[in-house]
Design a protein around this ligand. Structure first.
Ligand code: ADP
Ligand code: MG
Length: 222
């Protein structure tokens, strides 16, 4: 069953077409890789799928329901980990997580219990007491992922989760992604590393200059 479906999804910035007529589906329970070079349109696509950017034309469906112009309800079922962290520098790890949980209206004891559990699961129990600005890049990325799943979403969007961090942290993040997927979270992962997509993903789509290119065998037939 498809958890997510994009139909003729298009984003224009003025005269410039950043994403052009994309069609794809994400199957519930899979890790779906969205692969493409810098500037291909990966982040723009995530922003449209998660309601952070307005869709110029086309539609998006979550579990078969069109949410293109009604993103609020769908957003509660989604976790978003942007390429640039959206957490607060002055707050410590625990405060950042409980703050995000409060935005989803969770009760105090539940948000504290979840924040503590995630800090332990992500190897950040000690760091949880330190301000976010004192974290390494890898720790920041891990806390941002923890914040993205604090409300137990059905689908998690990871935008280049291993770009720009050290090798050991990247390995941990790949392992965490697989663990989350085993706990029934569908993952939409963008990356420009083919090896990463190959290692993690059940299926991949390629995007180049805002378009999913025709498979080569189809090009041969043309
Ligand atoms: N707010 C914006 N205004 C105008 N152009 C944009 C905007 N955001 C992205 N773009 C352009 O859209 C294209 C796709 O960008 P992006 O989705 O960030 O690519 P990726 O995430 O694959 O690196 C790029 O050419 C980028 O410059
Ligand atoms: Mg991007």
């Amino acid at each position: 069953m498809n958890i997510l479906e994009a139909v003729s999804l298009t984003k224009k910035y003025g005269d410039f077409t950043a994403v052009n007529n994309l069609d794809f589906n994400v199957v519930e329970g899979e890790i779906f890789g969205f692969l493409g070079p810098n500037g291909a349109g990966k982040t723009t696509t995530i922003n449209m799928l998660t309601g952070l950017a307005r869709v110029t034309s086309g539609s998006v469906y979550l579990s078969g329901i069109d949410y293109t112009h009604n993103t609020k309800k769908a957003q509660r079922l989604m976790g978003i980990v942007p390429d640039e962290s959206n957490l607060y520098d002055e707050m410590d790890g625990f405060q950042n997580l409980t703050f995000c949980a409060a935005l989803y209206g969770m009760e105090k004891h539940i948000r504290e219990e979840r924040a503590e559990r995630l800090l332990r699961q992500f190897g950040l129990a000690e760091a949880g007491k330190r301000p976010f600005k004192a974290y390494s890049k890898g720790m920041k990325r891990k806390l941002t992922i923890a914040a993205g799943i604090i409300h137990e979403p059905k689908i998690l969007f990871l935008d280049e989760p291993t770009t720009g961090i050290d090798v050991a942290s990247a390995r941990q993040i790949r392992k965490l992604s697989l663990d989350l997927n085993k706990k029934d979270i569908t993952i939409f992962l963008t990356t420009h590393y083919i090896e990463e997509a190959e290692r993690l993903c059940h299926r991949v789509a390629f995007i180049v200059d805002g378009k999913i290119p025709l498979p080569r065998f189809l090009l041969c037939l043309l």
